[in-house]
Every structure is written in C-alpha cells, then in structure tokens.
Ligand binder design. Structure first.
Ligand SMILES: *Cc1c(COP(=O)(O)O)cnc(C)c1O
Length: 639
C-alpha cells in the first residue's frame, strides 16, 4: 500500500536514526527512549540501570488479557519518581542554602482526582509527610478519607460554605492538620460562626493576591484582576477582625497561587519576593505565621525546548526549589524572622508525566497515490497538461510543478462545475493529481528544498483517523491548544515517509490534532509510517496525567477509556497493578439520564409492533434485540 519507495541509499546527508525527527532525546527525559527494534521503550527512572521495556510489547500483553486501545496507561514508577524528585530537590536546596525550615508539599486533588492516583500519591508521599490540597468540599471529603502522616498538611482553598468549614475544623479532632485558607473577609465570618458553634479552634491561612503577574496560558490567575485571594486592604481587615474575636493566634499560613505552568523561573522568584513582603508585614501585625505556601505553577517541559514559551519552561525542578528557598531565606534573615515551613501545591509537575494515552489508527485518507494514471485521448487538454507535469519534474523545479498542478486541478474543478467535463474525467484528473503529489512528496523528501515547499506540502498532509476522542481524553488540546509529545510507538527504526494530521472519532471538525512537537520545533503535521492491514499502528500521546482526565467531556457520548496502571520491575518486566474498564454505552447513557433498561423496553415495543404487522420475522426479532443488547453493553470506542 506504500506509495512512496523507501528512502534511497544514495542519500546519506544525515546518518541520524530515523526516529531522531521526533525528539525523544529532547522531551523524553529519563522516562522514554527508542529501542533497537524501533519500539518506544519505557525507562525506569527509579532504577536507571534496568533495561527499558518495550511499550508495544506491553500493549500486546494487555490485548491478550482483553484490554484494548484506546487506553490510558499509568506508570506508577513515573509517579513515584516525580514525588521523590520534588521532595529531594527541596531537601537539597534547603541544605545548600542553610535554610532552617522544612518542606511540606501537598498535592492539589483537582489535578487528578482518580482514586488510584490519589492513593498512590499518599503512599509514595508518606516518607516525606506529603499532604493534600482540597479546592472544594468534595475534595476535602476525599482528603479526609486518606491515611496521611501525622505532620502532613491538608490545605483547604476555594470558596467555602459552613459545611465545608465545619468539616475542616472538626477534622482537627482526628489529628488532621487541616488549614482553612481564607479567600475573603466574608469567609472569615463563616469561620467565626463555625468556631462559636463547635468550640474547636480552626487552623487558619490567608490567601494573598500578589501584584506580580506571570506569563503563559494562566496569566489571568495572577495579578490585580485575579479572581482569587485578598488585597492589602482586605488582609488588614481580616487581621483586625481576628484580633477582635481572639483568634489571631490561629493564623499560621500564608498562601498565594499564581496559576499553572509558569514558563519563566524569574516569575517564580519575583512572586516569592512579593509573598515574603506580605509574610514579614503580616507577622509584624501580630500573626504568628509558621507556613509559607507558594501554591502550584511548577511547569512541565512538554516540548523539551527548555525555554519560557508555550508548553515549555526555562528551568528545572532543582532550579525552582533553589530560587524559592534562597529568596525566602534572604527575606526572612533580613527581617530577622524564623525560617517558615515551605509548602507548595504542585499538581501538574507531579502527575503529568505518569500517564499516556494510547490509541490505534483506524483508517487513513491519503493525499497522494502511487498508482500512475494516464489521460484518455478525448480528455480536455488541462487533464493532459496535468499529466505532462511529470515530464519536467525535477528537484530544481519542485515549486513550479506544485504551482502548475494546483492551477490545472482548480481549472478542471471549475470546468466540472460548469458541466464542461464529466465525473469520470474529473476522477481521472484527481487520480493524476494524487499520483503527481506522491512523486513531488518523495522528491521533496530526498532533495534540498525550501521551507515554503514544506509548508505547501504540509497542507497536503494525510489524515490518520484514530480511535480516541479529543474531547474526552485530551480536553486541553482542544480548549487551549496545549501541546503534548505525540509519536508512533513502533517502527521507529524505519524512515517515516508520510506526514499526517490526526483526527478523532467524534463527528466534530474540531476533533483533530494538527500541531506536533518534533526535534526541530513545532510542526503542523506528524511524520508517520504507512499503515497496513497486517498489524495495528499505535500512537502515544505522552504526559497527559494532569487535568485531562476530569476536564474531559462526553462529546458524542464517547466515555472514559480503559485505564491500566503498571509498575516497572527491575528485571525489565512489568506488574499490572490495576485495570479499570472504560465506560460501556449503558454507562454513558445513564450519565445523560437515559435508563438503558427503559431503552431496551422501548426498543422491544417497536419490535413487537413490527412483528405483529408481519414486517419482521421472529428470527429477525431475536437477532435485532440481541444486537441492540450487545451494543448497549459494549465499549463506546471502535472495537
Ligand atoms: C490548580 C491549583 C494548584 C495546582 O497548580 P499546578 O500548576 O498544577 O501545580 C495549586 N494550588 C491551587 C490553589 C490551585 O488552584
């Protein structure tokens, strides 16, 4: 089915491996690599000496157990690695700077609320007394059901009603260090009400609205116009009110959060400086602050570019920690204050890398054809002109040939519209055009050419139709053009001779991906191999563990995919820790308030009617009801 021959052996302008184009070295970190056999390999970051495991072999293994793509693969070893990394980096930075306080991180539940993920974070975080952040009442309910270490924190942010606050205060009786971070002076009144009712003192914090703004996609969460936190005037009134009611000694935490994926480390530093200013003056006001919480925002270098740009960051975790620790130490030393406990609420950086979405290509729409076609003698002369382009096709005249081909094709389309040429002639012209395109693409692949030509050829990229829903599994790609590394999972030792965009299986024209991270930058198309019927062609979207799972929606009623959690073993194998089957059609129906049983009943009534009208034989009736039932209990994706 390949329309383009393999790359000629005469061309050895680069001796790079065929997979170099994807940039695994750049963005794959210590997690992903390409094996000799062309498979993507999962490295074990906890044990760098172990042999990487082939990802396609894991998929084959799962298929044998009846778990099919599309699936979300969670690698618990990756998650454990991130939790270790951030805690170790803070510990190292604290030692280096001679900081006399500790780090107590919390994981913000909203970033990935899945039970399996939260339980693992609690487990892996135990040695570091890692805690949880709840931004809502349901999240607090989840946090309080976890067995946290005695000195771990539970931070409560977000808008809180009386029930939320009651629960937070009472949980202290069980030994939870649950801090209520006040978002507004009004919230304080609810806290006072709960305190008077329960007679238990709250552990309190204030959320400070910093002036500093960050760059990137979440700039709106920071600065004056941010919808979160209190300004100086509100802070002062909260202090006064707390003193009035005799609760100022409960105010231990200062919190600020600048937004997610902070691209520039200097934004982190500036914000830390500002946060310290507040900390010092709030202390002078009499608040016995002990904890400085700098929120989330630690970014992930999705593109591997190491720069302050979209989907990249210009710093490492270590640098982030050093900046924070040094800044706070200077400020506290200057003010003559004790070094507070440092808290961050990094979510994205902890979970993003541990999940990947894996799906298969279902079908391809190719914008070229390897089958040569000839015009008929009676064809309109433009058809012949189009075919004649092949006679002068050479590397130096590529642009000219592209121009001519598109001119003749457009003219022919107009002639077809005006009924000058017929359907068969038009079809012949299209075939000739696609054949020419395959010759042009091959020549462009092998010879030097301009980037303009590349751009024109990108517009002729193939469409690979894939078994996933962008809206369910990659909502940020749809909503905010978030970039994730995407690559084929096999055949990476073969030159990818095609360029494609990916389309999903929803009926929405937005359901496509046409921006890709490659070794040399962003590209509107992804290099791919020919897809044959002989074996499945899998693609992976990497680093999707943060936010994607719960922001996803039920567009076209495609539900949750199968989810599998594995742990990498030291012997180069893996253990299957958990398998959660994706939604069935019955499940997604009930999400939109259809009762599957009622639907079966209603369908049966239609069948009964058709049977009594003799439109349906009883054998057909049996088959129809069985088929309907089978569909209702099946996976929502292509099987
Ligand atoms: C969302 C959120 C976080 C997590 O931010 P990341 O960028 O994912 O680390 C932390 N704190 C608060 C208050 C948040 O709203």
């Amino acid at each position: 089915m390949s329309s383009i021959a393999a790359k000629g052996t005469t061309d050895d302008s680069t001796d790079q491996e065929p997979h170099a184009i994807y940039g695994f070295e750049r963005w794959g970190r210590d997690l992903l690599t390409v094996l000799k056999n062309g498979d993507v390999g999962l490295k074990n970051p906890l044990k760098p000496d172990t042999v990487p495991i082939s990802l396609p072999s894991i998929i084959r293994d799962l298929e044998q157990r009846g778990i099919h793509a599309p699936l979300l693969l969670r690698v618990s070893s990756f998650l454990e690695n991130e939790i270790r990394s951030i805690n170790n980096a803070f510990e190292t930075a604290i030692k280096q700077a001679g900081y006399r306080g500790v780090y107590r991180g919390v994981f913000p539940i909203k970033v990935n609320q899945q039970a399996q993920v939260i339980r693992q974070i609690v487990d892996f975080g135990r040695p570091y007394s890692f805690g949880l952040e709840a931004g809502s009442k349901p999240e607090l309910v989840i946090a309080l059901a976890q067995s946290l270490e005695r000195d771990a924190l539970v931070m409560c942010n977000g808008v809180k009603d009386l029930k939320f606050i009651r629960l937070a205060i009472l949980s202290r009786k069980l030994g939870f260090n649950t801090a209520i971070v006040l978002e507004s002076p009004k919230e304080l009144e609810t806290v006072i009400e709960a305190y008077q009712e329960l007679g238990v003192e709250p552990l309190l914090g204030v959320r400070v609205k910093l002036f500093n703004r960050i760059g990137g996609d979440w700039a709106e969460s920071s600065g004056d116009r941010s919808t979160f936190g209190m300004n100086t005037d509100q802070l002062v009134s909260v202090i006064d009110r707390l003193r009035d009611v005799g609760l100022l000694h409960c105010l231990k935490f200062q919190h600020s959060h600048l937004g997610s994926q902070i691209p520039d480390v200097n934004d982190v530093r500036r914000a830390s400086v500002e946060a310290c200013r507040y900390f010092v003056d709030l202390t002078k006001e009499g608040a016995p602050l002990t904890h400085l919480d700098l929120g989330g925002g630690l970014g992930v270098d999705y593109t591997g570019e190491k720069k302050a740009s979209k989907s990249s960051i210009n710093y490492s975790i270590m640098e982030y920690c050093e900046n924070v620790v040094e800044t706070v130490r200077y400020a506290m030393d200057e003010a003559g204050l004790e070094h507070p406990t440092l808290t961050t609420e990094s979510g994205r950086a902890i979970v993003a890398t541990s999940s990947m979405l894996i799906f298969n290509v279902l079908e391809t729409t190719l914008y070229d054809s390897g089958v040569a076609s000839k015009p008929e003698p009676s064809d309109y002369h433009y058809v012949k002109d189009l075919a004649a382009i092949e006679t002068y096709l050479e590397p130096k005249r590529l642009q000219e040939c592209i121009n001519d081909a598109s001119f003749y094709r457009n003219e022919l389309r107009n002639l077809f519209l005006r009924n000058v040429i017929n359907l068969r002639q038009m079809a012949r012209a299209e075939r000739i055009y696609l054949y020419l395109m395959s010759r042009i693409k091959l020549m462009a692949h092998e010879a030097e050419h301009s980037t303009e030509i590349d751009e024109q050829l990108d517009a002729l990229a193939d469409i690979y139709h894939c078994n996933f829903s962008l809206f369910q599994s990659l909502p940020d790609v749809w909503a905010i053009n978030q970039l994730h590394p995407i690559a084929p999972l096999q055949q990476l030792n073969e030159e990818p001779m095609r360029r494609a965009i990916l389309s999903d299986i929803t009926c929405d024209s937005d359901g496509k991906i046409d921006e890709f991270i490659l070794a040399d930058g962003l590209s509107p198309s992804l290099p791919v191999h020919d897809v044959t019927d002989e074996r499945p062609y899998y693609l992976g979207v990497f680093f999707v563990g943060a936010y994607q799972e719960t922001l996803g929606d039920l567009h076209n009623l495609f539900g949750d995919t199968n989810v599998v959690t594995i742990e990498l073993r030291e012997d180069g194998h893996f253990d299957l820790l958990q398998e959660v089957e994706g939604d069935t059609i019955a499940e997604v129906m009930s999400y939109v308030e259809f009762d599957p049983k009622d639907c079966v009943d209603d369908f049966r009534k239609l069948l009964d009617l058709a049977t009594s009208d003799k439109r349906l034989k009883s054998s057909e009736r049996k088959l129809l009801i069985a088929t309907y039932r089978e569909a209702i209990n099946s996976y929502t994706y292509f099987e």
